[in-house]
Design a protein. Structure first.
Ligand SMILES: Nc1ncnc2c1ncn2[C@@H]1O[C@H](COP(=O)(O)OP(=O)(O)OP(=O)(O)O)[C@@H](O)[C@H]1O
Ligand SMILES: [Mg+2]
Length: 425
């Protein structure tokens, strides 16, 4: 087993959550996930039941996770929010200790985790480059050789002698990535911080990671973007609530992930779905998303134009006028991000007496990357609900050029993109 570079055996990580204490700053998403969890727990708690210690609670972020990584593997680590992906990388980069199990690593590790790790805020860009090189065991001469390449890649020439705490998050991530990827680590760990950079820079990073992989070095990459993950990685590890769910090819892992995450929406064709309400006088029997050229798409891009097409059967045999149709779009956390509803725009529809298509065109799709689900609602004005299906379809949206500037928005902080005009007076 000489080409094994990472061996993870029965890894477990327990956190003790103090409910009273303020949460340390992690990411907003993490806090929200935790908030949602305790809300759920409170709902499930039988009335009047004694809770052993309300102030503290044990929580296993990872449970009995084992895998082996060979030299040159490019591994995508995927899973829903809170699945334990970042925790795995934090343990591998020795930022945090495992509670149970063990890891062995052969080779120099460089990691790019959430913004805030790896760099010393008070030190300048230049000093941080040297510091990180030294941590990786490189000599000053070796670092010097790489220095210009790093600075050029990160595009931070002008700010080299500024403390990194004054950097914008984009500059910070650009430099952190350039350092991690250029200082010739044998193992590179990257935790989707790429989402902070602009689209052009993300592409550059993916290219660089491909180079690192081609050199026979090992890359572990946490991502929510299935397109990026499958194009970069040859293996995929899917985590589910802290346990390893699949360890397979990148494509297979991505397929399992999308299927699981949105199993209801994907499992049964719309025409066969029984879990629907409404009178049934009209039924939606198909849902497709078409691009500008009329081709069907399953993975969309922010900023592009699309047609949402609902195929319907009208069982009444007569034309129905003033029909309200709504597409409700939910994010991964089950929050409705927006409704596309005919009566908002005075565009209530007339349905043919037998069958036809309802088409909704959306220009410049204003959603950041992630997974979304659609519910379909059709009613006869406000007289009667004809058909209502929750989770009628699911779709993965990838970062695109909504603003026309290359900026992806800030997908870790927001779901909806909007253009604004700024001025001073
Ligand atoms: N320091 C901590 N204290 C308590 N709980 C934590 C801590 N760090 C992480 N957790 C919890 O452990 C679980 C796994 O977190 P982790 O950050 O590994 O998830 P993730 O898969 O990276 O999620 P995301 O996709 O949102 O980044 C989450 O429920 C998270 O809230
Ligand atoms: Mg994470």
């Amino acid at each position: 087993m000489s080409d094994t570079v990472i061996l993870v055996e029965n890894l477990g990580k327990k956190y003790v959550i103090g409910h009273q204490q303020r949460l340390p700053y992690n990411t907003m998403r993490e806090s929200m996930v935790r908030g949602a969890k305790s809300f759920g727990r409170n709902l499930l708690k039988p009335f009047g039941q004694k809770v052993p210690n309300p102030a503290y609670e044990e929580f296993w972020a990872l449970k009995d996770v084992s895998f082996e990584i060979k030299q040159g593997d490019r591994v995508g680590i995927i899973g829903r929010n809170g699945a334990g992906k970042s925790t795995v990388l934090k343990i591998l980069s020795r930022i945090t200790e495992p509670t149970t199990g063990r890891i062995s690593i052969k080779g120099r590790v460089a990691s790019l985790l959430e913004v805030g790790t790896g760099f010393h805020p008070e030190l300048t860009g230049r000093e941080n480059i040297y510091l990180n090189g030294a941590i990786l065991g490189m000599s000053r001469t070796e670092i010097k050789k790489k220095f210009d390449e790093i600075v050029a890649f990160a595009e931070v020439e002008k700010f080299l002698d500024t403390p990194v705490k004054r950097y914008s998050s984009g500059m910070y991530v650009r430099l952190a990535f350039a350092v991690a990827a250029h200082l010739e680590p044998e193992i590179l760990l990257v935790d989707e911080v790429l989402a902070v950079g602009d689209v052009g820079f993300q592409k550059k990073c993916i290219g660089k990671m491909e180079d690192v992989g081609r050199d026979g070095r090992t890359v572990l990459f946490v991502s929510h973007s299935m397109n990026t993950m499958t194009s970069l990685c040859n293996r995929g590890i899917l985590l589910e609530s802290g346990t390893l769910c699949s360890d397979t090819s990148a494509e297979e892992a991505s397929r399992i992930y999308l299927n699981k995450a949105f199993s209801v929406a994907r499992g049964t064709p719309l025409s066969q779905r029984r879990d629907r309400s409404g009178s049934g006088k009209v039924r939606a029997y198909s849902f497709r998303i078409l691009n500008e050229e009329g081709r069907e798409e399953v993975s969309l891009e922010s900023g592009k134009d699309y047609y949402f097409e609902i195929g319907y059967h009208n069982h009444t045999g007569i034309i129905i006028k003033d029909v309200v149709v709504s597409l409700d779009i939910y994010d991964e956390r089950d929050i409705i991000v927006f409704l596309l509803r005919t009566n908002f725009t005075n565009s209530n529809l007339e349905l043919k007496a037998d069958r036809g298509q309802i088409v909704c065109r959306i220009k410049n799709l204003p959603l950041t990357n992630g997974l979304y689900r659609f519910s379909i609602f059709i009613s006869d004005a406000d007289r009667e609900i004809l058909d209502y299906i929750e989770d009628a379809a699911s779709v993965s949206i990838e970062a695109g050029d909504f603003f026309g500037t290359g900026s992806p928005g800030l997908p870790s902080h927001c779901k909806i993109l909007a253009k604004a005009e700024w001025s001073t007076s």
